[in-house]
Ligand binder design. Structure first.
Ligand SMILES: [Zn+2]
Ligand SMILES: [Zn+2]
Ligand SMILES: [Zn+2]
Length: 321
């Protein structure tokens, strides 16, 4: 079986393949690449070696798709919440190794065009390019999602449902169902995804379904109303938590992603701790929030460590509402 070097990405065969002695899974072309990968900012294998992380050519592989150029495919069944990739985020064209950026689409484009097509903007980290992540194609009915973790300088790609062997792994490049974004942003989606990524949704695509779009807008309005709900009495707090629970249900029904859902759990936590009588209710919300942070951002992230602190010492947390 041929492998790809986990650091420089070149294809290697037979006795050229050097494996990490810790996990016996990650492959390298040379000692130099292994050493760099162990400590390099971002993917830092030192952090991930002991964890269940998928590897190229074992758990997933890059191959030709029928219509969209290259794509990433599962080489085995990948259960929901499997961490598929941990990929360093490059912040500028200059910082990205030339061979990496040059290999991306558009094939005959300039480096700037390749950067613009393949980088992701995140509010927490600005523009970032994940070289492996750039191979994952868009699908409105996505089976995976990605999150940039700024403190680790890393993209994490995770399965959001069970993915079968040989299934293509895909993400949404621009969410239609994230209720935390405004209608204006969601409505602008077609004019962004078509020219930028040649995503051309058929009329029966889930992202164009009017009933679903209306439900997302309802969830958005509910989400926007939660921070200003009155929380002076026990009854008012219980009512606010009822609204939170409704939004959680809607979010699950709309598959709005783990992070928008996590923010709602966090809202529930904040609301519950405002009153002594409702205080014990905070636990279920913060536990769910912690779980989401672990899945999407990993135990190494700042978000997870903060969430753990809220769980352990909830009363030290000040309510921002
Ligand atoms: Zn290498
Ligand atoms: Zn290892
Ligand atoms: Zn669509």
């Amino acid at each position: 079986m041929s492998r790809h070097c986990a650091y420089c990405l070149i294809e290697i065969q037979g006795d050229q393949i050097k494996k990490c002695a810790g996990c016996m899974r990650r492959a390298y072309c040379s000692r130099e690449c292994q050493v760099t990968d162990w400590t390099s900012k971002g993917q830092t294998h030192k952090l991930w070696c002991k964890e269940q992380i998928c590897e190229e050519d074992i758990d997933w592989e890059i191959r030709q798709t029928p219509h969209k150029g290259l794509g990433v495919f599962a080489k085995r069944d990948l259960p929901k919440h499997t961490r598929i990739m941990v990929d360093r985020g490059y912040r500028t064209i200059q910082e990205t190794p030339f061979a990496f950026i040059d290999s991306l689409v558009p094939t005959n484009g300039t480096l700037q065009e390749k950067w613009d097509t393949n980088s992701f903007y995140t509010p927490e980290g600005g523009d970032n390019l994940g070289i492996r992540l750039a191979r994952v194609n868009h699908e409105c009915r996505n089976n995976a999602t990605n999150k940039f973790v700024p403190d680790l300088n890393t993209f994490i790609l995770i399965a959001i449902r069970d993915i079968k062997q040989d299934e293509e792994i895909n993400i949404q490049y621009y969410f239609y169902n994230d209720f935390s974004t405004s209608k204006e942003i969601r409505d602008a989606r077609p004019s962004i995804i078509k020219p930028k990524w040649e995503v051309d949704c058929k009329p029966d695509c889930i992202c164009l379904d009017q009933n679903i779009r209306d439900r997302i807008q309802k969830a958005h309005e509910l989400d926007a109303s939660i921070p200003s709900l009155p929380l002076r009495t026990e009854d008012q707090i219980k009512n606010a938590l009822k609204q939170v629970d409704t939004l959680i249900e809607m979010s699950q029904e709309l598959s709005s992603g783990i992070m928008p859902l996590a923010r709602t759990y966090y809202d529930g936590f904040q609301i519950a701790i405002t009153n002594k009588k409702t205080f014990p209710l905070h636990k279920k919300y913060i536990e769910k929030y912690l779980e989401a942070c672990q899945v999407v951002e990993s135990k190494h992230s700042l978000a997870y460590r903060e969430a753990l602190q809220y769980l352990q010492t909830p009363s030290s947390h000040r309510n921002h509402y």
